[in-house]
Design a protein around this ligand. Sequence first.
Ligand code: SF4
Length: 351
Amino acid sequence: MSKEIELPLQFAPTLVAWQRRHGRHSLPWQNTRDPYRVWLSEIMLQQTQVTTVLGYYQRFLQRFPTVSGLGAATLDEVLAMWAGLGYYSRARNLHACAQAVREQHGGAFPRTAAALQELPGIGRSTAAAIAAFCFAERVAILDGNVKRVLTRLLAFDGDMASSAQEKKLWGLATELLPQSQDMVAYTQGVMDLGSGVCTPRAPQCLLCPVSELCRGREQGEPTKFPVKTKKLKRSQRENWWLWLEHEGQVLLQQRPAKGVWAGLWSLPLFDDEAALQAAAQGLDLGQGPGQGLETMPRIQHALTHFDWTLHTQRAELQRRPADAQFHGQWVARERLADYALPAPLKKMIQA
Ligand code: SF4
């Protein structure tokens, strides 16, 4: 897509006027400039319907009225409050973010999108939404709904799978912004338009406040936008787990704060079998039959972007290795289920 795009300058004022007259004003996280409330609702709404979020949002605020209170809670308390909302990485990030606000920012969210984006679990669009709603910063949001609205409005046919095209759309979204005093209504308006009018399969162009400005509608086929050609490529991944057990206790290690299974408790995990064998050198595995490393059934685990094969080698130890060799926590087998474990490990201990 090389042609220059002419921006409909009336878009922002039309949308602002429409939002003020017809947009949603009644949701509990609207009409507030409290970044804690806006942030909480933004994270909860990322993969969940408004109707489901309503109850969770109220309960969360009752239990954790401030971001510092949330940061002071244990991860397990937060996960328990989140139970049923799904996509648990959101809850882990929520907790990590609240801790960062509490410990690094004195309990007050930073006031710019750039600084908000540095916090755990806050992406560019969420940071922009908080900064626009709470601090009236002139900064564009571009979540899935807004991408749909803007690509249709502009008949933007660049491939959204291309980061260069996405960057270009961010630029255009920024150029469309109104002055800062209208940022709250504009940001809410573009969200409302995406969720209630310009819906994925059946946009209600006849009711749309910006239909006169919309090039996608003018061209007759608005649903062909956004264009996204690249199919998600699934990759394969393979890792090795080492199950170490000594007198009924199993060694668990907490996963790093970033990446798959962030913060969960896992068996020691290795990139390949040779690395596992090397780590197992020097362990007191015993000599006789039934001793040494035992190969357990292979596990196949499907994640969004890859298929994961997990091999497990198990050893009953004669004595515990030194902490320097294997850090972590030794946990009684019957207490393993009390720990936040990755799904395939949970399945393995239940089998
Ligand atoms: Fe979406 Fe139709 Fe409105 Fe264009 S006119 S923004 S396609 S609802």
